[in-house]
Design a protein around this ligand. Sequence first.
Ligand SMILES: [Zn+2]
Length: 349
Amino acid sequence: MRKILLLFPLSILIYSCAPKPYYVKPTEWKTPESIDSVIKSYSKDLTGWKFFIDPGHGGQDRRNIGIKKRVVEADVNLKVALYLRDFLTRAGAIVFMSREKDTTVSLQDRVRMATESGADIFISIHHNAQPGDPNTYYASTWYHAIEGDPRFHPCNRDIARYIQRDLAFALRISGSLASFDGTMSDYIVYPKQGFYVLRNATMPAVLVECTFFTNEYEERRLSIDEFNKIEAWGIFKGLAKYIMAGIPKIEILSDTILTTTKPTLILKVTDKSGIDKQSITIKVDSVMIPKDFITAVENKNFALILFTPNFNLTYGEHTIDVIVRNKNGNHSFPFKRKIYITNKKLTQP
Ligand SMILES: [Zn+2]
C-alpha cells in the first residue's frame, strides 16, 4: 500500500516531465469574435452547399486504439467531425452526418445515407495507423482511382488538394512523401478497387487521414480537445477555399431528342473565373471527341461549347460525358447526360 502511495506521485512527476505536445493555434483564433468573423467571411461562398461528413468506425468497431491506449480512433474521428460540422453550419452550409454518437454504421449505410441526403460533397474522416512503425506520421487526403482509369474524376483530387494543404498547415505536419502534394489515390492501398466509401459514393468524395495514432507524440496531440478542433479547422478552411475557387457548372442547352445522326450539341458552362478552353473533354459513349470538333465561345460569366461527334451516331440512346476546368484549376463535377437519336419526325405538340 505504502509502495503504491510512493509510486503514484513519482508517475505524475515523470509524466509531467515529458515534453508537452506542440501545436499552433490558428492565428485567427484570438477571440471568439475573430473566429466568428473568419467563419462568416466564407458564408458568401458556402451558403447552401450540402456536405455529408462521415466519422469513420464507431459502435462495435472500436478496435483502432492509440499506441499508448490514450485514444480510440472512432472517438477522435467523431470529435473532429462534430467540430467540422459546427464550422460549416456557422458558415451557412448544410451538414449531414453518418453518425453523431458512438454508434455502429455499416459502410453500405454510410454511402446510402449520403446518397439519400442529396449532399454535394462527401468527406470521410479517419486517423491513420502504421503498425510496427511508431515513427511514421503524416497527413493525407485520399481520392478514388488514378488518372487514366475510367473511375477517376479530377474533381475529387481538387477537393483533396485543398483539404490536404490547409490540414497539413494547421497541424504543422507534412504530407506523405509517397505523393507530391500529400494527396493519395485509394488504389495505392487497394489496387483497382480503392476504399469502399469512395468507390460507391454517388457524389464527389474524399477521405481524410488527419495523422497517425500509432505515433506516440501524435497520439498525445490527438488526445487534446483543442487539437481536434484545429484538425477540423484545417479541413474547414481547405473546403472553404476550394468552393471559393469555383466549380464550373455545366448545362445542356440543345434538345436531347434529335433526328440527325450527326448533331451539333450546345453546352453552357457557368463559372466566375472563366473556363480554360484547353481543358474541355467531351466523350460520346466513352469515345473522346477530337478538339477540332469542339468550339468554345466565352461570355462574361459563362461559355457556350458547341460540339459535333466526328462519327455518325446510331439511332437510339447515347451518353455524353463532359469535364471542364476553370481558370483557378478546379474541374466540373461529374456531368453525364443521355441523348436520343430518333428516325421519327418530331412534331410540335
Ligand atoms: Zn479509420
